[in-house]
Write a protein that binds this ligand. Structure first.
Ligand code: CP
Length: 318
């Protein structure tokens, strides 16, 4: 859990490190602001001046396509200047510490840092060390949290399903190593989803499963019965140990989402995946591209959510 220093005493968002500790009101405020930014995304001129004069710095110590690019697009649509520090060619290779790197970038005028790192809580450590005028956003830290992914996934569900209070959601796959699953479950619980299922092999469930108020199924067909939302997860191979799955082929046979499964879920169920997709391992290609799939909408909505988060961090009024 992130300390609540990510929200000030008067309720203003100062950093975004984890969904844990965010109120339903803050999440809904982010969603409502994101709705207005979605409209900007459909205009010819997709720019507003809300972050003019500000500098956003992307610090990605792990690879990324969606998160890094959508943060860059979001910042540019808000008229901010954007720095993408190329970590492999930066002075990190000469032994500079992360905090020294961050402090040097602050000396150059950076206002917001988006930090992705393999070690859990790295963004939190940075947030505790920087001065009051700088804002840290967690872009994914180890298996701990990926808060903007949790927000954009919940926002996608709200756009397609309208209400959270009557939903059955199944999160399927490698829950244990997934920062997305943790942020997703936390966001959906806070928003009042009454039934959240986690579906996958016993050994890919988190140790604290019993504390999370989730229903575990180790049979995909049973876990998908009548669900409104199917959230498939990537196998986090970079965080797995040998033998965690028997083989990718066997995993796909047991837990890969296939066309036949869609008959078990609610007929209007939506299919989600945070990406990157491993086609033929987590999900059949045909299903990833079918009409019920909202996977690319998740990516588009991610820009609006990231615009909203950065605007809230910088805003003096909220
Ligand atoms: N969903 C997600 O975090 O994708 P990237 O790793 O490409 O950023």
């Amino acid at each position: 859990m992130a300390d609540n220093f990510q929200v000030t005493k008067d309720g203003k968002l100062k950093h975004l490190l984890s969904i844990d500790g965010l109120s339903k009101e803050i999440i809904i405020d982010i969603f409502n602001m994101a709705e207005s930014f979605l409209k900007i995304g459909s205009r010819d001129v997709k720019k507003v001046p809300l972050l003019r004069g500000k500098t956003v710095c992307n610090l990605f110590f792990e690879n990324s396509t969606r998160t890094r690019t959508t943060f860059e697009i979001a910042a540019k649509r808000l008229s901010a200047d954007v720095i993408n520090l190329d970590i492999p060619t930066s002075s990190q290779s000469k032994g500079e510490s992360i905090l020294d790197t961050v402090n040097n970038l602050i000396a150059m005028g950076a206002d917001i840092f988006v930090v992705r790192h393999g070690i859990p809580k790295t963004p939190e450590i940075i947030a505790k060390a920087v001065n009051n005028d700088v804002h840290i956003i967690n872009g994914g830290d180890g298996n701990h949290a990926h808060p903007t992914q949790g927000l954009l996934d919940s926002f996608t569900i709200r756009r397609f399903k309208k209400e959270f209070s009557n939903l059955k959601v199944a999160v399927v796959g490698d829950i244990k190593h997934s920062r997305v699953a943790r942020s997703e479950v936390c966001a959906l619980s806070t928003l009042g989803v009454p039934e959240i299922r986690v579906v996958g092999p016993d050994n890919l469930m988190p140790d604290d499963l019993d504390n999370l108020n989730l229903i575990h199924f180790n049979d995909l067909k049973k876990g998908l019965k009548d669900v409104d939302v199917i959230m498939m997860l990537r196998l986090q191979k970079e965080r797995m140990e040998d033998g965690d799955i028997p083989s990718e082929e066997d995993y796909f046979k047991q837990f890969g989402l296939k066309r036949d499964h869609l008959r078990i879920a609610h007929p209007d169920a939506i299919i989600m995946h945070p990406g990157p997709i491993n086609r033929g391992i987590e999900i059949e290609s045909e299903v990833a591209d079918c009409k019920q799939s909202v996977i690319l909408s998740q990516v588009t909505f991610g820009i609006a959510i990231r615009m909203a988060v950065m605007t809230m961090l910088i805003s003096k009024k909220l």
